[in-house]
Design a protein around this ligand. Structure first.
Ligand code: UD1
Length: 422
């Protein structure tokens, strides 16, 4: 297994290009299942999760051709041959469950494995199931698979989500796009990835209003046609790289970044004393004098502070002046990076969903272990400002969500290298 070696190397300077959003791409790809005509995505990120989704779509009979080294995905679901999403693929990535809504709507049935346990929490699917049942689906759980069918087709309904789940909103919107009549979804998730999905579906001929608000209205249509869509910029990759100069010092411009995608995250950086500015090429971030100030953070649905940036923010707080409290409200077990940061000299106490971080002047390099995607990158960020050398083991998680991470960070002056096979 590969590991990554990082040596603290002082202030950063330069530019980092921001890729297309992984999480947007993972919901846009299954949208191909809704139409017989081709769907092409541009600005696709080159990530292993995207390869996993390609494998899943191909297993259903879709064609997925990766062009321009993976930056363009040309897909066609003209001849679907299967509605079975196998455990062997689904267990690798929870987002595989996003084929459920589209398959059900287009084919009238779908058999999708439950994703199983995930390192950061239970992540059930009850909201997806209730929403699709409200649209007329009959769903039973058998041998670890959700067996869903809609013998009379799907029919528009009023659905109120108990919690604004991103995945459930996506599955329900895709299914409702081909249902008969009108669906009104309330307490819908408002994340930018949902706005991007709706933009694409609308180009395919869907009739949807209200994306980006908590009430989405969908008038079902008989069929959707082909489209070409550019994947929105990755706000989590952006937030991660904005934290690099905040942690290590210096100034970095994240090319293609958009502050409007980041909600409360930007306010928190400002509060901490990090300078952030939208330029016409992207987002410029700098920290030039002294330590940042400790700030309290509570994760929440968009536009609140994203749970996917909590670990990276904790890395910043490790060397802040003062004490900060980080409250994780979205996932119940998302502090696995804390003991690893402690190995590097951080002062962190975790009690249930709250981590109290008392800033120290300097972290020290240490061998650490990556436990999930965002936890891994938080260790790399912390290592960039630590004294000495840090070796981050089990970095395969990183390749799921960060395209060319070492290259991008080396480009702004970080000392980082991948050691293969250890
Ligand atoms: C998506 C993102 C993930 C991000 C998360 C929250 C993708 C591919 N992944 O995941 O990176 O961290 O949003 O912003 O887009 N829940 C239920 N029942 C359900 C569904 C969810 O209780 O049926 C709970 C989950 O256990 C979790 C919370 O809702 O505690 C948030 O989950 P959800 O918004 O669905 O996240 P995902 O779509 O899985």
């Amino acid at each position: 297994m590969d590991s990554i070696l990082v040596r603290g190397n002082g202030a950063l300077s330069g530019e980092i290009p921001i890729a297309g959003a992984k999480n947007a791409c993972l919901t846009l790809m299954p949208a191909t299942l809704l139409s017989e005509e081709p769907l092409t995505l541009t600005n696709a990120p080159r990530l292993s999760d995207i390869k996993t989704m390609s494998t899943l779509l191909r297993s259903l009979g879709a064609e997925v051709v990766s062009l321009q080294d993976g930056g363009v995905l040309a897909m066609s679901s003209h001849d679907l041959t299967s509605t079975w999403a196998d455990y062997d693929i689904v267990r690798k990535m929870r987002a595989s469950n996003l084929v459920l809504g589209p398959l059900l709507a287009r084919m009238g049935h779908a058999e999708v494995s439950l994703p199983g346990g995930c390192a950061i929490g239970a992540r059930p699917m009850d909201l997806h199931i209730h929403g699709l049942e409200a649209l007329g689906a009959e769903i039973e759980l058998k041998d670890g698979y959700l067996l869903a069918k809609a013998p009379k087709g799907l029919k528009g309904a009023e659905i109120a989500l108990r919690f604004a789940s991103v995945g459930a909103t996506e599955n329900i919107v895709m299914a409702a796009a081909l249902a008969r009549g009108t669906t009104v979804l309330t307490n819908a998730a408002r994340e930018p990835e949902i706005v991007d999905l709706v933009k694409c579906l609308r180009q395919m001929g869907a009739q949807i209003q209200g994306e980006g608000t908590e009430r989405i209205e969908i008038q079902g249509v008989d069929r959707l046609h082909g489209a070409t869509h550019e994947v929105v910029a990755d706000r989590i990759e952006l937030g991660t790289y904005m934290l690099a100069p905040a942690i290590a010092g210096g100034e970095v411009e994240c090319i293609g970044g958009r502050l409007d995608l980041l909600g409360a995250f930007v306010e928190k950086l400002d509060e901490a004393g990090v300078a952030v500015e939208q330029t016409n090429r992207g987002v410029k971030v700098s920290r030039k004098n002294g330590r940042v100030k400790a700030v309290d953070v509570t994760t929440a649905v968009f536009p609140g502070f994203p749970t996917d940036l909590q670990a990276q923010m904790m890395a910043l707080m490790c060397t802040a002046e003062g004490v900060s409290e980080l409250h994780e409200t979205i996932f119940e077990n998302r502090f696995m990076h804390a003991p690893e940061l402690v190995r590097m000299g951080a002062d962190i106490e975790v009690h249930g969903g709250t981590a109290t971080v008392t800033g120290v002047k300097k972290l020290k390099g240490a061998p650490v272990m990556a436990t999930d995607l965002r936890a891994s990158v938080s260790l790399i960020l912390a290592a960039m400002a630590a004294e000495g050398e840090t070796r981050v083991a089990r970095v395969y998680h990183l390749d799921r969500g960060y395209e060319q991470l070492e290259k991008k960070l080396m480009g702004v002056g970080a000392e980082i290298e991948r050691i293969s096979g250890e």
